[in-house]
Write a protein that binds this ligand. Sequence first.
Ligand SMILES: Nc1nc2c(c(=O)[nH]1)N[C@H]1C(S)=C(S)[C@@H](COP(=O)(O)OP(=O)(O)OC[C@H]3O[C@@H](n4cnc5c(=O)[nH]c(N)nc54)[C@H](O)[C@@H]3O)O[C@H]1N2
Ligand SMILES: Nc1nc2c(c(=O)[nH]1)N[C@H]1C(S)=C(S)[C@@H](COP(=O)(O)OP(=O)(O)OC[C@H]3O[C@@H](n4cnc5c(=O)[nH]c(N)nc54)[C@H](O)[C@@H]3O)O[C@H]1N2
Ligand code: SF4
Ligand SMILES: [Mo]
Length: 677
Amino acid sequence: MEGSREVVRTTCPRDCYDACGIAVVKRNGQITRVLGDRDHPVSRGALCGKCALAYNGAWRDPAVRLQYPLRRTGKKGSGQFERVSWDAALAEIAERLQHILKTGDPGSVLHTHYTGTCSLIAGNFPTRFFHYLGATEVDPDTVCNKAGHLALAYMFGTSLQGFDPRTAKDARTIVVWGANPSASAPHAHKHWLREFPGTVIAIDPIRHDTAKQAHLHLQLKPGSDSALAFTMMNEALHAGLIDEAFLSAHALGWEELKPAVLECTLEWGAARTGLAPELIARAAREYAQGPALIWLGQGMQRQPMGGNAFRSVAALCAATGNIGKPGAGFLYMNGPETRGVDLSMMAAPELARDGPRSVSHMDLAAILADPARSRALFTWNNNILASSPQQSRLRAALTRDDLLLVCADIFATDTTDYADFVLPAANFLEFDDLVFSYFHHTVSAQVKAADPPGEALPNQEIFRRLARAMRFDDPALFESDPMLMAEILGATGLEIDFARLAEAGTVEFSATPLVQFDGLRFPTPSGKIEIASAAAERDGHPRVPFPHADEAPDDGRFRVLSPADAWLLNSSYANDAKIRERLRSAGAVLHPDDAARYGITEGMPIRLVNETGELPMVARLSTDVTPHTILVSKGRWPKYDPSHANVNVLNPGDKTDIGESSCVHSVRVEIRIPTTA
Ligand SMILES: Nc1nc2c(c(=O)[nH]1)N[C@H]1C(S)=C(S)[C@@H](COP(=O)(O)OP(=O)(O)OC[C@H]3O[C@@H](n4cnc5c(=O)[nH]c(N)nc54)[C@H](O)[C@@H]3O)O[C@H]1N2
Ligand SMILES: Nc1nc2c(c(=O)[nH]1)N[C@H]1C(S)=C(S)[C@@H](COP(=O)(O)OP(=O)(O)OC[C@H]3O[C@@H](n4cnc5c(=O)[nH]c(N)nc54)[C@H](O)[C@@H]3O)O[C@H]1N2
Ligand code: SF4
Ligand SMILES: [Mo]
């Protein structure tokens, strides 16, 4: 007997550019398959490999999901817990929080959150609770992309208003600068870039699949992007492709930048970047001629001078007039603002009576090591023991008996193993929400297709209940999901309710492609592009960007890049059995010339070592990486590795020039070869 078949349309809410449409197939009320939605403009019927496995594996396996609230019974880190009721767990957590509020600073309650789910309510609503409490937020963007956000905001007034990918039809050239769509945006790689009839230029120290597929690959030394951007401006100047009329009408500061541009000859740039002068010249002319789009990757700004690198590339964009017209512009992220929605509607920072408080992720381990600064930590949507820097120091801090640790997650991670209370979260298949891609200008429904396992609850409901247990009474802490969704959809002006959106799955915010900064109005203080920025200067940064390239590590060290892995989504999926099989062969990739100098051969065990930690790895040799560079993907779970560590055990948590954010793609290590006994 066939039984009744039903298909629920929903959307993938992972931290991924694509925001794919999903078709959940149900028989007799039970999910049988999670597939790509054939009608969806991005996914066109296919999920990426990792989601196809995980959504039909661990994510629907009650045996590996957290199902009930848990209270710690063993030592911190032992992962030993007993099941308790929601009422008991929340009452105890509330009592301990009330004690902290009575006896000290609410700011000593910290919370970390990030990209577990990017659906708008589950990803943002819980911050209301923490604002109201007066807690300190560990600024999520500081572990990812803050330097780039601030750099672009200095120059254009916003980093969250990018090009509309549909305007590629008007572009001659697309530059993918420090992003790896073949891993981080698989459908943009497979369809959007591959179907683009013009020239694709990839600028990346790694020859990843997108770079292999590009017409030009500039495999520059890591950390030399600013030098490259200035050299490209120099070449554009010589070719008569600097748009002086555009600059004088719409930008401030070109005259201040120009003397530095004039110094950055092709020979100078070639020496700094390690690229052939002809290649730089070709890329410069292709781009400058325009119209051209630049995809500004989040990977590119994770370097010590990442803010300056972003300002330099942004200056190139402005100087060549590649902005404000169809087929031109840049994209870092398209924020909900591009669909009329201000996210503070969800996060409600005004609930923080003394103003929102935040610290950098780069300081998290140090703050948690200090009982005066941290008495409680909540983690939700975030697996800090896999994703954050200073892994060993962080782990040591989490063993503090006097630190209340509460973790909401859908799985038992390295981090939840240290919790006093583990709160089971529902996943995206189990409740309604909204998803806005940060690449496309789409508005999508996340639609409930199943009940959560056991007693798991959506994030927003967990924090509503905790607010109740705390006897908080501000109505903003208890707003219902239907009300929140109606507010968001109302702000889009689309005149669509959730039921209709759920039927459609995804709708475009505008029927026709949007032009970035249409009308050439920029939300800066002057209303113009501020290549020279008084705001940057006031914040202690140079007024204008300057040409820079990091020195290559010269003391026998290597620079570790740890970008996105195609089989993981940050740390998510590393616990799925089928995905773990695929990760088994991954290792530390280094250039054959470097390997030869050390007598390292393919498959040989090596140790990466620095002042922060050490990581045993298997060597993989490939010319896909530049010399003096080692590629180790992010995201493995320490507890599945015999060393109980991943690449973040090597990450000292150094901060970028702007925004106190992560420069994880600049970690320096030595290679040691283990001696056999
Ligand atoms: N070495 C190195 N480290 C990095 C990076 C790097 O490039 N290199 N990249 C950094 C970047 S860009 C980022 S954004 C961070 C991301 O770091 P994380 O925020 O830790 O990333 P995720 O693994 O996506 O998600 C975290 C957790 O959320 C859980 N989760 C999923 N859905 C839900 C839900 O609905 N509710 C709750 N409560 N939990 C849920 C998942 O099970 C997972 O444990 O990592 C950073 N770390
Ligand atoms: N499969 C998968 N998809 C993901 C994620 C994932 O973990 N896995 N993570 C998601 C998240 S949170 C984010 S933030 C995005 C990130 O996705 P991307 O924006 O693509 O960023 P990364 O993967 O960190 O790095 C991209 C590229 O930057 C390059 N890079 C490193 N240093 C430099 C440099 O100095 N100069 C230049 N030009 N390039 C450099 C790396 O070699 C890498 O190829 O992806 C999202 N999508
Ligand atoms: S992670 Fe990205 S590519 Fe994979 S299904 Fe989700 S949105 Fe699509
Ligand atoms: Mo990220």
